[in-house]
Design a protein around this ligand. Structure first.
Ligand SMILES: N[C@H](CCC[C@H](N)C(=O)O)C(=O)O
Length: 276
């Protein structure tokens, strides 16, 4: 048992409002993750299971670099809830209240204010080139009725405002939009309804993963879309299936907070790693 443990790959399991993650500390240079290994670890029956895997690396100009993977082995440019989880881990490890985090999106900042960890997910991307949207594709051909708002948060989001998000068939309708030609990199799909000018209900179909209990970048995109549509102010509580997230769209970026939990630490066995 001990020899297996020593030759395996350590990881920790965390979640943010039920959006769950395997976090692999690759700062020692130990991990060589491949899409096949990510899919094997992400298998909820034969592996560990997660919505996203976050791979941590040293970075010369920042406190940490995070690379995100989806359960299907694809890469994600942003993941708000995993960023919050990693910020919680590192702030605890280092006893600091501020972190500089590099992701595929660029530089992000996390801050602990009065005991609450907030992550600045950056400015929303609203130019079709940046979201990105395919040029020349008419958004009206989308297979769903409604007039969605496309927002980039370092990953693409397509936000539908609906009368009752509870009543949405998120799996069917989300899957129908995820790979639409309008989105050259596919898209995450949000179904949101307004509870009050500072309160939204949100259900999400995530690109590369499917339905998740919460999506941090999706919450940010939804808050931006709702404000742009005149439905809410700049500060909102977002009720996701797995708990409440809070979003504050400030001049310097879209800030996100919500619950995080460190579930367990463990070691991936060489047998699982051999599946890669
Ligand atoms: N759950 C994540 C988002 C993952 C997005 C991923 N599914 C993509 O391909 O962009 C979050 O908290 O922001």
């Amino acid at each position: 048992m001990e020899s297996r443990r020593s030759s395996g790959l350590p990881f920790c399991k965390m979640h943010g409002a039920g959006n769950d993650f395997v976090i692999i500390d690759a700062r020692s240079g130990a991990a060589a993750l491949t899409p096949a290994l990510v899919r094997a670890v992400g298998d909820r029956h034969r592996g560990v299971g997660f919505d996203q895997l976050a791979e941590l690396h040293d970075h010369g100009q920042a406190d940490i670099e995070i690379r995100f993977w989806n359960a299907d082995g694809s890469r994600a440019g942003a993941c708000g809830n995993a960023t919050r989880c990693v910020a919680h881990l590192l702030m605890t490890e280092r006893g600091v209240d501020r972190l500089h985090i590099v992701t595929a999106r660029g530089d992000l900042w996390a801050e602990r204010r009065e005991g609450v960890i907030w992550v600045n997910m950056g400015a929303p991307l609203l130019d079709p080139v940046d979201i990105p949207l395919a040029p020349g594709v008419d958004p009206r051909h989308l297979p769903l009725p409604g007039d969605p708002v496309a927002v980039g948060m370092g990953n693409p989001h397509c936000v539908f405002f609906v009368t009752d998000a509870e009543a949405e068939d998120v799996a069917r309708r989300g899957a129908a939009v995820e790979n639409d030609p309008l989105f050259p990199q596919a898209t995450n799909v949000e179904f949101a309804s307004v509870i009050a000018p500072d309160h939204l209900r949100l259900r999400v179909w995530e690109r590369g993963t499917g339905i998740t209990l919460a999506c941090g970048s999706g919450a940010c995109a939804t808050a931006v879309a709702a404000h742009l549509r005149g439905l809410t102010g700049r500060q909102v509580t977002i009720r996701a299936d797995g708990g409440d997230l809070a979003v504050d769209w400030r001049a310097d970026g879209v800030w996100l907070t919500g619950p995080v939990a460190h579930v367990f630490d463990a070691v991936l066995s060489p047998e699982v790693m051999a599946l890669a």
